[in-house]
Write a protein that binds this ligand. Sequence first.
Ligand code: NAP
Ligand code: GCO
Length: 265
Amino acid sequence: MSNPFSLEGKIALVTGASYGIGFAIASGMAAAGAKIVFNDIKQELVDKGIAAYKEAGIDATGYVCDVTNEDQVNEMVKKIEAEIGVIDILVNNAGIIKRIPMIEMTAAEFRQVIDVDLNAPFIVSKAVIPSMIKKGHGKIINICSMMSELGRETVSAYAAAKGGLKMLTRNICSEYGEYNIQCNGIGPGYIETPQTAPLRERQPDGSRHPFDSFIVAKTPAARWLKPEELAGPAVFLASDASDAVNGHILYVDGGILAYIGKQPK
Ligand code: NAP
Ligand code: GCO
C-alpha cells in the first residue's frame, strides 16, 4: 500500500510564503515530496524566500503577485501551469491584520483586511479550481484563525474576514466536493511569526508583554506555538489520507478553544 501521506508528484502553491507560517507549511509539504511554488507581493521578498528555501534544501519557484489583484493572480496561475504544471494543492496563507479599535478604524482599513484575508482566497481558489476539476482532484487549504471562532478587541476586520473564510471553506467543499476537490481550513492558535511579534515584545522593564502572558495563560501548553507545528496538519490535509475530510476547520491551537484559561495567581 502506498504511503497515503506522501505528496510525491504533487504541485503545491502556498501564497505569501517567503517566511512565517506559509514558509513552514511549504517546507513541510516539500519534505513530503511536493514541488513548492509560492508568491509574495515584492520581488525582493520572493528572492529572499527562494534563498531561504534553497538553504533548507528546497528548490522552490517564486512569483511576484498581489493576491488581491485578480489579473495578477490569473496571470500567475497561467504561468505556473505553463512552467511547472497544474496546481494540485493550494494553501491560501497570505494575510494581514490591523489591530485598531473598531470605531477608530476607517472603512478603507477594514476593506483592506477583508481584501487580503477573504477576497484573495476567493480569487486564488477561483483561479485554480477549473484545472483541478479537469485533473480530477484537488486540495485547497485556507489558513483561518482563532478569530474564525472568537472575537477580541481591535481585530474586528480580521475576525470578520477569518469568520468568512471559514464559511468560504465550507462552501467550496459543498460546491466542488463532487469533483474530488477537498477544501479544508487550518485554524492556528497563537504562533511565533512577524505578524504576532508586536504582541510578544518585551516591555521597557524587561517584563513580558501583557498579551504574551495572556496567551500563555489561555494555552494549555502554556506557550506560543511554532510555525513548524502547522506543517504536519497541513501535509495531512494536502494528502490522499484526508480524501474523506472536507469542509473541516482543523484547529492547531494547542487546546486554546477547549480551555477556559489558567486562573491568575
Ligand atoms: P506574516 O508573518 O505577516 O506573513 C504574511 C505573508 O503574507 C507575508 O509573506 C506577506 O508578504 C504575505 N502577504 C500579505 N499580503 C499579501 C498580498 N496582498 N499578496 C501576496 N502576499 C501577501 O503572517 P503569518 O503569521 O505567517 O500568518 C500567515 C497566515 O496565517 C495569515 O493568513 C494569518 O492571518 C494566519 N494566522 C496567523 C497566526 C499567527 O499567530 N501568526 C495565527 C492564525 C492565523 P509581505 O511581507 O510582502 O507583506
Ligand atoms: C491577534 C493575533 C491573532 C493571530 C491569530 C490567532 O492580534 O489576536 O494576531 O489574530 O494572528 O489569528 O489565531
